[in-house]
Design a protein around this ligand. Structure first.
Ligand code: FRU
Length: 491
């Protein structure tokens, strides 16, 4: 049965989507049909295809009562839009169907676990507002909410945690057939705990214990936990709100954190290392899945919360999801690179070897464009003070990536990238230069730039609103840079 709220969202989409031309959207990055999107949800493999849901408010470009938008793909890059999967249409989720996860059940149905937000008055600060964990199942297109919802409710919130901020269940099945989910819970002290629940059947849940806890320094509320084994290690990813800055690793405010450790047979998570997941401006609330060939792939919301109220006028949709990244743990660090499926989308190879850029600005014929996959290797930087790579550039606009070898850092700047708001436009990040070389892979999909650093596996993501007419790419050196460039068009 389709509720009137769900039907309204589907009808609204059918009217608005045709008004947005394909050329106004990125090619490989998922956008909502219309309106606003935030977190990826339910990223999973089901009946031969990848499914990706997202937090969705189709009716405007600002956050509103959350629906779940839905798309599927066979290559993680080209997404087929599917009808809106869920709307806030019950007493327990009438204020929103918040983030959650998905799983294929042994009986062949796809199970969605999400947070239902209930409020007595509809106000954001309503004391009668609480969050519960709910289930829906479906066939990959239509979903039915479970009549026993909510399955984790205020009375089962672990002691010391509050029901008003208790969300984003991450569900999985253990090798023994039992189920677990981790949920982000705010404590009475306004810190956060990642709490774990256990179930025999995915419908009846009991609290099992805690996985981790934040300190004030690591942020108040931790949102959107993900928890998985990778390369002999256990990884917990969380998205902390209100973090303290630290060096170039963490900035003030919302961050994304990977905690790497081990998981004891009794379930205890032993932490060994911690790092930022993405050092750019726009990346939050990532989720992962395991591909049928055993790769761990992550995708995030390509937007920062703090900038999200500044929607440039005339924009027809707001929010994109990131490029999916393959993950590894190497020497205690989370390493990321674009999914290998992207290689099949490359054409028009241009290679420039042993180019020298000396105290000035140069461009190279054929090295331009807004749909590109470009690897720049900086070799021998003994005489280099600074190398700027300008993309999405013309007389008015540019986005820059600057390498400062002495400080072992990159400076990212999108001040001239189509925004005219006084928001965060710049970040500094560490890069690995110990081998005397730096290799950066820059991927642009019209309205975004994602940078992957090969040596340390770091990456940095930002959304751009630069008009598409700005297609230029330039290199500027202070001192002498010796570079190789390998560039492809993406399609
Ligand atoms: C993270 C988040 C989640 C919540 C959702 C609401 O970006 O705040 O914690 O479920 O967005 O849209």
């Amino acid at each position: 049965m389709i509720s009137k709220q769900l039907q309204r969202a589907r009808d609204y989409e059918a009217e608005r989507i045709p008004e947005i031309g394909n050329e106004e959207r990125p090619v490989f990055h998922l956008t909502g049909g219309c309106g606003w999107i935030n977190d990826p949800n339910g990223f999973s493999f089901f009946r031969g295809a990848y499914h990706l849901f997202y937090q969705y408010h189709p009716f405007s470009n600002v956050w509103g009562p959350m629906h779940w938008g839905h798309a599927k793909s066979t290559d993680l890059l080209h997404w087929e839009r599917l009808p809106v999967a869920m709307a806030p249409d019950t007493s327990y989720d009438g204020e929103g169907c918040f983030s959650g996860s998905a799983l294929e059940m042994p009986d062949g149905r796809q199970l969605l676990m999400y947070t239902g937000v209930h409020s007595e008055s509809g106000d954001a600060d309503d004391p009668g507002r609480y969050q519960t964990q709910c289930l829906a199942w479906g066939d990959g297109i239509n979903y039915e909410k479970y009549e026993g919802n909510p399955v984790i409710f205020p009375e089962t919130v672990p002691g010391g945690c509050v029901a008003s901020d208790f969300r984003d269940p991450r569900l999985w099945r253990e090798a023994d057939g039992t189920y677990r989910c981790v949920v982000a819970a705010m404590t009475e002290k306004r810190t956060s705990r990642i709490v774990c629940f256990r179930s025999e059947d995915a419908f009846h849940w009991e609290y099992e214990g805690d996985i981790a806890e934040s300190t004030k320094k690591l942020g108040g509320m931790w949102e959107c936990p993900d928890y998985f084994a990778l390369d002999g290690r256990q990884v917990l990813c969380v998205s902390p709100m209100a973090m303290m800055p630290e060096g170039r690793e963490y900035h003030a405010g919302h961050n994304t954190l990977a905690i790497i450790g081990t998981r004891d047979p009794d379930g205890t998570f032993r932490q060994e290392a911690m790092q930022q997941i993405d050092n750019g401006i726009d990346f939050y609330a990532p989720q992962t899945l395991e591909t049928p060939d055993g790769r761990r792939v992550m995708i995030g919301w390509m937007q920062a919360w703090s900038n999200s109220k500044f929607v440039p006028p005339g924009v027809k949709y707001f929010g994109q999801l990131s490029l999916p990244r393959e993950l590894h743990v190497k020497n205690g660090r989370l390493m990321q690179e674009p999914v290998r499926e992207l290689l099949a989308c490359r054409s028009g190879q241009i290679i420039r070897k042993d180019e020298t850029v000396k105290n000035g600005t140069v461009s190279f014929s054929g090295i331009e464009g807004r749909l590109i996959d470009m690897t720049v290797t900086v070799r021998d930087f003994s005489e280099l003070k600074k190398l700027d790579i300008f993309v999405a550039a013309d007389e008015t606009y540019h986005t820059s990536v600057s390498f400062i070898p002495k400080r072992k850092m990159l400076r990212l700047d999108r001040n001239y990238s189509g925004y005219f708001y006084d928001i965060v436009h710049s970040r500094d990040m560490d890069v690995e230069t110990d081998g005397g070389m730096l290799t950066l892979r820059l991927i642009m999909d019209r309205y975004s730039l994602e940078i992957f650093e090969t040596g340390g596996g770091r990456c940095a993501t930002m959304s751009l609103f630069t008009p598409l007419s700005a297609q230029g790419i330039f290199f500027r050196a202070e001192g002498t840079a010796h570079i190789d460039i390998e560039k492809y068009i993406l399609q």
